[in-house]
Write a protein that binds this ligand. Structure first.
Ligand SMILES: Cc1cc2nc3c(=O)[nH]c(=O)nc-3n(C[C@H](O)[C@H](O)[C@H](O)COP(=O)(O)OP(=O)(O)OC[C@H]3O[C@@H](n4cnc5c(N)ncnc54)[C@H](O)[C@@H]3O)c2cc1C
Ligand code: FES
Ligand code: FES
Length: 449
């Protein structure tokens, strides 16, 4: 039995745990405000807010309900547009801004935009016009044009919204914390020890095999508290396997260690997908262009399985989608050493945002007096697996940062990669990208290229 709150209603359901929240709200609860566009997490028409009890507060994040299994709704407050509509038939501040600025024509996408912007107003992150526009980075509109929606963002951003005002969300929201506390105490354990299938945010699995996932007996680990922590010691950082990209963005440890964190991670998917996309999901999906995989390969991270086995991430990939992992093993922890002085991530796609990479690459360096003490370089989209560039990394050790070093290292890099031509570019183009992006690391970090 899965228990959660849907808008103002308490839900208990025995439907298969893999049923998507989108299908549940539309076909079982007849809440048709949430729209179906792509069913692949790309369009944002199905965006909902997911409220989670965190300490004394309820924290909301947007998610794409088309990729979200009901199991991940357990103990949460699921909010569709019907759950924010004021009782007196008026409009919320966000809905009014969309109307005032002509931000809606056919209306198909509008609910998704409204949910994203409402969540933006509710969360406690610093706000300005750009962050309001970023909050709708997962929403696509086919007919209005974005300028009027951007004006609506500006209008929304200029207001100060207290939950209690009733202008943003209805007053029943103020009881949700208490109701979730009661639910949390009753919560059933989702982990099914017998199953060997693991589901994080579902952002790969539900795109690849949606039908199969509905009935799969799986372990749903996105909200497993033991797998969600980010901690540090003097030497290393340890992360749970279910940490999502947004957790990194909000982590004081990551913000301290990676000054360009926001600029780098904004290149990964969109806000709702970043709210669901786990690190382990990215590693296990084993896509040669997985961005978090490239990121953590360049940190020379280790992964730890439930069996206690620890493996360098760079030794994990054996061939295309083949990994050194038995079917009883799942990832529990990820660790990396903090001893680097410089880190950079680069990604080129067909469009800047909300696209997968043609080529991505990351680098971490420990540099003292212009000399590289150690280096770890990764490159994605240029091999059958996510690639740790062993020879290039080794070559850089002990070298001075100079144009000559970069050029020589780039020669070695070219010998380590074997790109193929596909929809994201020809092999030749990817070779060129790898070369230029490797240079870009040094231009960005040292002004040398
Ligand atoms: C619209 C859209 C945009 C995207 N953009 C990007 C992008 O820009 N860059 C990018 O890299 N990716 C992108 N992705 C892919 C995806 O979001 C990421 O790969 C994400 O990190 C997958 O995590 P998940 O938790 O959703 O994985 P899931 O789909 O839940 O799982 C993926 C795989 O990991 C396994 N798994 C999950 N947790 C564990 C565990 N603890 N131990 C063992 N196995 C486990 C699952 O069994 C499954 O095989 C995008 C996806 C979508 C839908
Ligand atoms: S239907 Fe397009 S993101 Fe869910
Ligand atoms: S208003 Fe028609 S798709 Fe956006």
């Amino acid at each position: 039995m899965i228990k959660f709150i849907l808008n103002n209603q308490s839900i208990e359901t025995n439907l298969p745990k893999g049923t998507t929240v989108l299908d549940f709200v539309r076909y079982h609860k007849n809440l048709k405000g949430t729209k179906i566009g792509c069913r692949e997490g790309d369009c944002g028409a199905c965006t909902i807010m997911v409220g989670e009890l965190t300490g004394d507060a309820v924290k909301y994040r947007t998610m794409t309900s088309c990729l979200m299994p009901l199991a991940n709704a357990e103990g949460k407050h699921i909010v569709t547009v019907e759950g924010i509509n004021p009782e007196n038939n008026e409009l919320t501040a966000v809905q009014q801004a969309m109307v005032d600025e002509s931000g809606t024509q056919c209306g198909f996408c509008t609910v998704g935009f409204v949910m994203s912007l409402t969540n933006f107003c509710l969360d406690e992150s610093p706000k300005d016009k750009n962050s309001a526009i970023s909050a709708i980075d997962g929403n696509i509109c086919r007919c209005t044009g974005y300028k009027s929606i951007e004006r609506a963002c500006e209008k929304v951003n200029s207001g100060k919204w207290e939950v209690e005002s009733g202008k943003l969300v209805p007053n029943y929201f103020s009881d949700i914390r208490k109701r979730l506390t009661v639910l949390q105490n009753e919560q059933s354990k989702i982990k099914n020890q017998k199953s060997k299938i693991f589901v994080g945010g579902g952002t790969d699995l539900y795109v690849q095999k949606h039908e199969e996932m509905v009935y799969a007996e799986a372990n749903h680990v996105l909200f497993d508290d033991e797998l969600r922590t980010i901690t540090e010691t003097d030497e290393l950082v340890e992360l749970g396997a279910s940490v999502v990209v947004t957790d990194l963005l909000e982590s004081p440890i990551f913000n301290r260690l990676f000054p360009n964190l926001y600029r780098h991670l904004k290149l990964i998917s969109s806000t709702p997908i970043r709210n669901m996309a786990t690190l382990a999901g990215n590693f296990i999906n084993a896509s040669p262009i997985g961005d978090m995989t490239a990121y953590f390969l360049a940190l020379d991270a280790n992964i730890e399985f439930n069996t206690g086995r620890i493996l360098p991430l760079k030794d994990f990939y054996l061939g295309y989608k083949q990994m050194d992992r038995s079917e009883d093993e799942y990832i529990q922890k990820i660790r990396f050493q903090k001893g680097f002085t410089h880190f950079n991530f680069e990604k080129v796609c067909k469009r800047t945002y909300l696209d997968i990479a043609s080529v991505n690459t990351a680098i971490s360096l420990k540099v003292t007096d212009n000399e590289i003490e150690h280096a770890h370089v990764s490159c994605g989209g240029v091999f059958a697996t996510p690639l740790y560039l062993r020879k290039t990394s080794e070559f850089l050790q002990g070298k001075e940062i100079s144009e000559e070093t970069i050029a020589a290292a780039n020669e070695i890099l070219q010998s380590e990669i074997a790109p193929i031509s596909d929809v994201r570019g020809t092999a030749e183009y990817k070779r060129l990208l790898a070369k230029q992006l490797f240079k870009a690391h040094f231009v960005e970090l040292f002004g040398v290229g």
